[in-house]
Ligand binder design. Sequence first.
Ligand code: GDP
Length: 518
Amino acid sequence: ELVETPDREEELEPRAPIITVMGHVDHGKTTLLDYIRNTKVAEREAGGITQHIGASVVDIDTSEGKKKLVFLDTPGHEAFTAMRARGAQVTDIAVLVVAADDGVMPQTVEAINHAKAAGVPIIVAINKIDKPGANPERVKQELTQHGLIPEDWGGDTVMVPVSAKTGEGVDELLEMIALQADLMELKANPNKPARGVVLEAKLDKKRGPVATLLVQSGTLKVGDAIVAGLYAGKIRAMFDDKGRPVKEAGPSMPVEVLGLEDVPLAGDKFYVVESLEKAREIAQKRQELARQSALEREKRISLEDLFSQMKSGEVKELNVVLKADAQGSIEAIRKSLEELSTDEVKVNVIHAGVGPITENDIMLAAASNAIVIGFNVRPDSAARKAAEREKVDVRTYRVIYDIVDEVKKAMQGLLEPEEKEVYLGSAEVRATFKVPKVGTVAGCYVRDGVIRRNANVRLVRDGVVIYDGKIASLKRFKEDVREVQAGYECGVGLENFNDIKVGDIIECYTIEKVQREV
Ligand code: GDP
């Protein structure tokens, strides 16, 4: 890994801010980005084709002169947090779009918490003010409940009413972004070999690997040898966001480059080295390391690991993403968790919400070194896969006391040799039958893994656990069986439970004692 020598103050020059647009679905993120791009991007390639390379540079006139703003083209906190989980923080400012006729919605809250967890300042665009039902004051009121207090109410969050459709207020919004950027005094040293992040990459049939790179420091030049992720290359040609060929790109500038030997991943870091030979040598080493660590499956963020890091002073905060079946339980759990904070260790609930554990929750945890706690809710299948891939510790509970007890014990370094839940598989309920003297039997299809007669089961409806217990009967056709594998159908009866509905998920698991390593 290349060690970067810190820049001296006099070597630094101002750079443009990088902006991500976030917000609830349909609140107007794409429309706002399009409006800004179409009206503010003055020059275009001959023929007027808009080039989408992953980011757009916008020139604006402010009272302080001409400024550049760089907008990432992929709106939403999903892409933002996925990048962070890969170790790349590219955003300087988040623009939170809230529709004035709809107000604060679940993904608005998610976006706020994702931006906060990253320490990125938020500017609010209260959108759709052209609509008859628009109520910007109500939006402000709702946002205060999530810690964003508007400036005109004595807080420090800039909120600009806009219409992405008519363009009203958009100039003011852009000016506010520029102002915020000035306050942040964003700087970088342009006079050194470039380094930065891969925003997008693909294989083009004619041109070979094509990547959009965001330069974070230094200046990238045609002819430079680079390492991007696991691959080497020599920059053959470079294009700006308007598709124009350029010879170099300084800090904050996105460019599309040709000349990489393979396709890196979005979120990979890149940097310039002295020669293509050197780049290939580094790339080779990285590929070997990647193969090894894929085998070892190194990093896992778990409660125990976090606490051992805390004991050694590496970590001072326990970050928690909390999901539960009701707002009331969230407040109770949040309060009791935060009360566990000591002088040495702070317990931080960085995001809380009602509903099942989603892939977004996992990615936020991965990006923020957090664990995920679920109360009466379960991860959906995408979340379970993500948790495995990202090595995020997901713990689910049915009793609030257990959550507090376990976290408390862990904080005192007293986590006992633990019982660990082992997930076996799940089945979907496709039909239900009332059987006299037996009760309800569910006709199921095993989606993944295995359903075992003697294991524990829980019944999950819309991500919420509504039953936790044992299987009373497991049949294939008329036969009693010990287990049923994925891809097969079966009949399942639950002990003392008949409220089974089509669409419910039956999850099967066992509890195993784990020998903890010392
Ligand atoms: P996204 O999911 O957040 O990207 O939302 P879109 O940009 O796709 O917008 C969702 C819908 O709202 C589309 O039908 C837009 O035309 C509409 N829309 C977006 N901004 C405005 C606005 O300022 N005023 C009005 N009236 N409609 C808008």
